[in-house]
Design a protein around this ligand. Structure first.
Ligand SMILES: [Cu+2]
Length: 307
């Protein structure tokens, strides 16, 4: 990549930032069509640059598989699931074939005089030992995967997640805002009418929020988790992260997102009537974009300039 090309996204971001800021202020005053036209042009500018964040961890219509594995833990978990599905498949086919064979070969018509024996030691040893070996084999993969989830590496960054009825609050305990308190904000569902103005599609309803959690790419993020009222659970499928947010307790989990983009999740513990209306949105950005965001977040602006 030439030096000029490398600098290009940079300039785009500056431009977008300057475009977005007046737009947000305008939205309450200007006619909607004007605002929408402005937003569309901003979105077009986005799509032309590599800087625009792609939605990666997002559910798709009729989807049945996993979202793209975007952390080492998710790669491991999905690989394990894939392997176990093959083992289950082979065992299921084998057992069904045995059943069919018995039904056809040993029914009363085909086999009028049944054998009288009741034990067969070699077979009994085999059907005890083989399943044990299969379980040990699976365990030799699943236990390391489990430990990788539970053992938090040296963290580059800590965020505190608090579940509320019915929204999430995020705080960065190690980053002090202008007034000395930690940077923190609430993350609330975007209403349908507000999606377009914020650069989202209609189908992002129930996923998009006003202020997303922003973290740098390829950094170990330690997540501390608690609940303010009832038990919630913070889950981001593409990260293979799901952890209960329990009032009075501090839970811990972690992730290291390996690709810049937008990742959605939802509360996964039934927490009351607004349970479906407290989505999770994580924006994974370059270290450079993150540093810029931190600077403005210290002043109380939590909107990410690049998206
Ligand atoms: Cu909840």
């Amino acid at each position: 990549m030439s030096e000029k090309a490398a600098k290009q996204p940079h300039m785009e971001r500056e431009l977008n930032m300057s475009l977005m800021t007046p737009l947000r202020g305008l939205s309450s005053l200007a006619p909607k069509s004007l605002v929408l036209a402005g937003v569309t042009s901003v979105m077009l500018a986005h799509s032309a640059t590599a800087e625009a964040l792609q939605q990666i961890g997002v559910p798709v219509p009729d989807g049945t598989g996993f979202q793209p594995a975007s952390t080492p833990v998710a790669v491991e978990a999905q690989g394990l699931e894939n392997m176990v599905m093959w083992i289950i498949g082979v065992i299921t086919v084998f057992v069904c074939a045995l059943l069919l064979y018995v039904i056809v070969r040993f029914n009363a018509k085909a086999n009028p005089t049944p054998a009288k024996f009741t034990h067969n030691t070699p077979i009994e040893v085999a059907w005890t030992l083989i399943p044990i070996l299969v379980l040990v084999f699976i365990g030799s993969f699943s236990l390391p995967a489990l430990f990788d989830q539970m053992e938090i590496p040296q963290a580059d960054l800590t965020v505190k997640v608090t579940g509320n009825q019915w929204f999430w609050s995020y705080a960065y305990p190690d980053i002090a805002a202008a007034d000395g308190s930690p940077v923190g904000f609430d993350s609330v569902l975007l209403e349908k009418k507000d999606l377009a103005a914020a650069g989202y599609k209609d189908t992002d309803y129930l996923l998009a929020v006003d202020n997303a959690l922003v973290v740098p790419v390829n950094k170990v993020v330690k997540v501390e988790m608690t609940g303010a009222d009832v038990i919630h659970a913070w889950a981001v499928p593409a990260f293979a992260v799901m952890h209960s947010a329990v009032p009075g307790r501090l839970g811990e989990t972690w992730f290291k997102a390996t690709q810049e983009g937008i990742y959605f999740g939802q509360c996964t513990t039934l927490c009351g009537q607004g349970h479906a209306y407290m989505p999770i949105e994580v924006k994974v950005v370059s270290q450079e974009a993150y540093d810029k965001w931190v600077e403005q977040a210290k002043g109380g602006n939590y909107q990410l300039a690049s998206n």
